[in-house]
Design a protein around this ligand. Sequence first.
Ligand code: PGA
Length: 246
Amino acid sequence: MRKPIIAGNWKMNKTREEAVALVTALKPLVKDAACDVVVCVPFTDIPAVAEAVKGSSIHLGAQNVHFAPSGAYTGEISADMLLEAGVEYVIIGHSERRQYFGETDETVNKRTLTALEKGLKPIVCVGETLEERETGKTEQVLERQIKEGLKGIDSIASVIIAYEPIWAIGTGKTATAQQANETIGFIRRTIAENFCPKCAEKIRIQYGGSMNAKNAHELMSMPEIDGGLIGGASLKAEDFAAVVAM
Ligand code: PGA
């Protein structure tokens, strides 16, 4: 049995004060959650949110980590810096990072290897564009992202994968539960074939892309879907709690 994991991806939203207000409101609403609950917050919110979630069921995540231990990487952040601040999870290779900040399968791989080596729990994002889906390239793209992005990782079951079709992110267009289930099934088979069948059974694979209180139940009832990476609907305590409750 895989324990579902619902993670909020706040993206570039919430000042420190707003962040504390949000997690303070969220705490009582998710205290009996049957799944793992994570909030992935902007860097400057980390210390305040780490303090605010102490003793609660909410786990803290960041949205990126660099592969080097330190050095001349302006604008980046190291695993040690995140760990020291109380971070447990980290999103890697989100499509917005790939699209706007030149993230590639190779940098995703390096960041993921470092995160695991340091003891952070990586949430590695994969997903196809609309054009790739419409031209029948979805499986080819995902296979490449999985093989290259997770190359050389032995403890593959400690990784969390977020399948986020790019055309569904922030658009209000969700993949149907059937589509998401089939595609996540394909990702799991790819892991079984390229890594190990046992880890494929264990690894948790989330769906992400316009997931909210209305569609979460159907998505979460699918056998292959082990949770969600939630953008827009994670920015209000009641909305996020409603997804967690599914
Ligand atoms: P969305 O974002 O829920 O707003 O579509 C999901 C994500 O990008 O992680």
